[in-house]
Design a protein around this ligand. Structure first.
Ligand code: SAM
Length: 552
């Protein structure tokens, strides 16, 4: 932080609040004097350290859902560090996804942009600085293909390296983040992939940069050693947050990077694109003073084995949270299989669960007949089914096709298995929307039962709507549509209304508005929120036009 006026005496000082570092105090005495007023807005966390976790955040006061925990702008923002070989590519100004290779170009370095006045082009921490380096392209590059020439995956490393010149404090903050070099040594694939990026950077940009530095006698980037570039990519891989909707980018935050992982996170995050990708973490669940504040680094709609492998491969640890340790995943049976039997025994109809799910080679035991199968065998089988699910989900499959896959999956997987969850989540949106939109009474009952089952699972794996608010929003919306349809049908047929059911429908709408409250800044969140509001208008005008106000 630059200098600022002390909250008590207004004397300009560099001293800041020892907890949040956001407010200025010229002395410990003045910090103490202001404590009672400032503690209301001061960061509600401190940084702890442990051998197992490294640094982590813990609450310094009790927090209730929606309380803001931290809000900050990025250290580094840029295209993802994975090489793009075909398909969509990012604008170098804002990382918005582009598909047309004949798009506009930055007038100075000629890299692809969404529009000539893209705001990121001039910002020094986005394209502004790197543009001076990209302009120094070597002569023979014209012969290369689009994706060979435009190596978007090296831009974020250049932007990170630029911090050493623009802000020493931010540079040091970044270098203090975990990079896990012990897991990224010369014999690993990730090391080899980064060596290739280093070669590209060296040949295309760093060599010409050093020539240019020699000519002008000015140092533009101080340290560009391969060792440092490996560390930068390690920091990005372990800590950065991925943006995926319309904008494909990686964003590295200074304090948010310290949040520890939990598969049942107690915080939710929002990222505000309009405010320089500011990230805000709020409590999703009540957090008691002294409790760890957690986020999630993986997809909580995956089963334990898939989450465990993903975390191990990308973040280099094994999660031991309560969901990971519980074979039933909080009573959801989200990874459970039906008994598969073995060479000697036929499937008995029981449920097969992992005994120690956090262990890589754990055994799976049938609760009923006790036959055991190794983890590897179970996972190969689930991966095989997963490929089939990915295939139907990647295209606009119709009800019949999804139901076909679901009925096959139900032979092998528990009805609540995460692959079944994905298929059912699509089905509930299609029931009543395919064909002429008229839904039979039996299908309507089935749709509502499926919605209720999925809502219950979602509440268990994400009790604070920390990550699944959009999934939950869709389910509540479909549940509302189904219930409203039942109410209107009953009214048309029997000229009567069940007041309890009417109130239930209104409650679902209210709950959905709460669930989607922090999603409205995203395109899909805003769209769904609008649908919920329109449904509410429709229900209210139906109540009014049928003179049913007395029922609610
Ligand atoms: C994004 S960083 C978090 C900050 C890091 N602890 C530090 O000191 O810089 C992610 C790393 O923290 C550690 N970590 C985070 N959550 C963990 C957990 N639940 N169990 C074990 N290690 C964890 C792992 O080393 C992981 O690679």
């Amino acid at each position: 932080m630059a200098d600022g006026p002390c909250e008590i005496c207004q004397q300009v000082t560099q001293g800041t609040c020892s907890t949040c570092r956001q407010v200025y105090y010229c002395s410990k005495e003045h910090e103490h004097e202001h404590k009672e007023i400032h503690q209301v807005s001061c960061n509600p966390f401190e940084i702890g350290t442990s051998k197992e976790l490294g640094r982590y955040l813990l609450a310094t006061r009790n927090l209730k859902p929606s309380d803001v925990i931290l809000s900050e702008t990025p250290l580094v923002f840029g295209p993802k560090p994975q090489q793009i070989k075909e398909g969509p590519f990012p604008c170098v100004g804002c990382c918005r996804i582009l598909t047309d290779q004949t798009c506009e170009r930055c007038p100075l370095c000629l890299w692809p942009v969404c529009k000539l006045d893209c705001p990121g082009l001039k910002q020094p921490n986005i394209h502004g600085f790197e543009c001076t380096i990209l302009r120094l392209k070597p002569a023979n590059t014209e012969s290369k293909s689009f994706y060979e020439y435009f190596r978007f995956d090296v831009l974020i490393a250049l932007r990170a390296l630029a911090l050493q010149n623009s802000s020493l404090k931010r540079w040091e903050t970044m270098l203090a983040l975990e990079a896990h070099p012990e897991h990224r040594g010369p014999d690993t694939d990730v090391y080899k992939a980064i060596e290739e990026k280093i070669k590209i950077m060296e040949d295309n940009y760093l060599k010409p940069l050093r020539e240019s530095e020699k000519q002008c006698g000015e140092s533009i980037l101080k340290d560009t050693s391969p060792h440092l570039i490996h560390k930068v990519y390690g920091i990005l891989d372990v800590n950065a947050t991925e943006l995926t909707e319309e904008i494909e980018a990686m964003v590295l935050y200074p304090t948010a990077s310290l949040l520890e992982h939990n598969c049942v996170p107690n915080t939710m995050q929002t990222i505000d694109e309009k405010e320089n990708f500011r990230i805000t973490f709020r409590a999703a669940l009540p957090i008691k003073k002294g409790e760890h504040i957690t986020s999630t680094y993986t997809n909580i709609l995956w089963g334990t084995s898939a989450r465990r492998d993903h975390l191990k491969q990308t973040k280099y640890f094994t999660c031991k949270c309560r969901r990971c340790q519980d074979p039933t995943e909080l009573g959801t049976y989200f990874s459970a299989l039906r008994c598969l039997g073995d060479e000697e025994n036929c499937p008995c109809g029981g449920t097969q669960l992992p005994v120690n799910p956090t262990e890589e080679d754990c055994v799976w035991v049938c609760e009923r007949c006790k036959i055991q199968l190794p983890d590897k065998e179970m996972m190969n089988f689930v991966n095989h089914l997963n490929t089939e699910v990915d295939r139907v989900m990647s295209r606009r499959s119709k009800i019949a096709e999804l139901e076909g896959v679901l009925s096959k999956l139900l032979n092998f997987l528990h009805e609540n298995h995460y692959l079944n969850y994905i298929i059912k989540h699509s089905l509930v949106q299609l029931y009543g929307n395919e064909g002429n939109g008229e839904i039979s009474a039996s299908l309507l009952t089935m749709k509502l039962k499926m919605c209720q089952d999925l809502i219950e699972i979602t509440r268990k794996i994400d009790p604070g709507n920390a990550r699944l608010s959009l999934y939950m929003g869709v389910l509540l919306n479909e549940q509302f549509i189904g219930k409203f349809k039942m109410i209107t049908r009953m009214h048309e047929k029997e000229k009567k209304v069940d007041a309890g059911k009417l109130q239930e429908a209104l409650n679902i709408l209210e709950e959905n508005k709460r669930v989607l409250k922090y999603e409205i800044n995203t395109t899909s969140g805003a769209r769904l929120f609008n649908v919920v509001c329109k449904n509410e208008d429709q229900l209210k005008s139906w109540i009014e036009s049928n003179d049913l106000k007395a029922y609610v």
